[in-house]
Write a protein that binds this ligand. Structure first.
Ligand code: ZN
Ligand code: ZN
Length: 347
């Protein structure tokens, strides 16, 4: 495999065509015309991402403020630890989306990554927002230390940290592909035991504000996962020398190892939480891993886990449709769309 370091894409290069000749290491002018892009269906992905726009402080936390102190001690501990975990995923993802975009020689990818990075920034903000609603500043700050100090969490994040940093130090096609593998794991699997914890609280009518926010994050992550899986497939197809048994084995190995670590983490953080069956949780993690592999054009590695074993979760994640109905019906979320503005006459 070539170890050639990629250069950052030029910002503007009028000698190159608008339509990119390659996703990474290709040629493109830097001018983005959505009607002349190499992968036309990515425009729909961009529109879906932008359509999901939301902000943390739209979520009403007033009932959560009252309820937090009524949670059991283990629920409170898990709540704080899981927010700590989620923040260790969204912060690096904000930057990794930017880094991928810096090396992408396709302006549509740069734009999509810019939207993803913006959403990751909102996710980060939302963790500070919910914590500031329910606990003291001292406890908030402590929750954000877990990612630096909790040994199980550090172990769980070690490989993704290594791979993301390897891409910073050595921006090769190989490291970009491997970083996309970890991004797929992050967007499609690493978040989900945390999400399940909050949905479990919500189904017992606890901390519904937090769960509403988590469901918005979840919806974003599903779209991010979908796009990154597409980008991975397209990049691999454009660089067939990497599409070999050694690399594909690497992907499966790292999926397997990540699943093991995720199950270890979820058993540790959810052990005392009522209403979550750890066996089922492990099945859900494997189901999510299968799902991501399928989207990446690869094979499932857990044939006994092709169905979602935690069907009740669907009520919280799978019900999003184009009308932006809020499952928890806290607030109708309507934004003025540019298409409603009817041209420039009003300016
Ligand atoms: Zn996120
Ligand atoms: Zn994401």
């Amino acid at each position: 495999m070539s170890k050639a370091l990629l250069e950052k894409a030029k910002t503007l290069e009028p000698l190159h065509p608008n339509k990119s000749t390659g996703l990474f290491g290709g040629k493109s002018s830097g001018i983005l015309n959505w009607n002349d892009i190499a992968y036309p269906h990515w425009y729909k992905m961009y529109k879906r991402l932008v359509g999901n726009y939301w902000q943390a402080d739209e979520v009403n936390m007033s009932s959560d403020v009252k309820q937090f102190s009524q949670l059991t001690q283990s629920e409170q501990d898990a709540y704080l630890k899981i927010i700590g975990l989620l923040s260790t995923l969204d912060a690096p993802q904000t930057r990794t989306a930017l880094l991928l975009s810096l090396y992408a020689t396709d302006a549509s990818v740069q734009s999509i990554m810019a939207v993803i990075a913006q959403q990751e920034a909102v996710h980060n903000e939302s963790y500070s927002y919910v914590l500031s609603s329910v606990v003291s500043l001292g406890e908030q700050n402590e929750a954000f230390q877990h990612g630096r100090t909790d040994p199980v969490l550090l172990k769980r994040n070690e490989d993704i940290m290594k791979q993301y940093n390897a891409f910073v130090e050595e921006p090769t096609i190989e490291n970009i592909l491997k970083t996309m593998v970890y991004t797929s794991l992050l967007e499609g699997m690493f978040f989900y035991s945390g999400f399940a914890f909050f949905y479990n609280l919500a189904r017992h009518n606890k901390m519904v504000g937090t769960s509403t926010m988590v469901s918005y994050i979840n919806r974003d992550e599903l779209e991010h996962g979908r796009f990154i899986a597409e980008l991975f497939r397209a990049t691999l197809a454009e660089n067939p020398e990497h599409n070999n048994a050694a690399f594909i084995d690497w992907v499966y190995d790292h999926f397997r190892h990540s699943v093991e670590l995720e199950i270890e983490w979820s058993s540790y953080v959810l052990a005392e939480v009522e209403g979550i069956d750890l066996e089922e949780m492990a099945g859900y993690v494997k189901y999510r891993a299968n799902k991501m592999l399928r989207m990446m054009g690869l094979n499932e590695i857990y044939p006994e886990h092709v169905e979602n074993p935690m069907k009740w979760i669907r009520a919280y994640v799978d019900n999003f449709d184009g009308t932006k109905t809020d499952f928890f019906e806290q607030k109708s979320r309507q934004y003025t769309k540019t298409s409603d503005l009817n041209g420039f006459d009003d300016l």
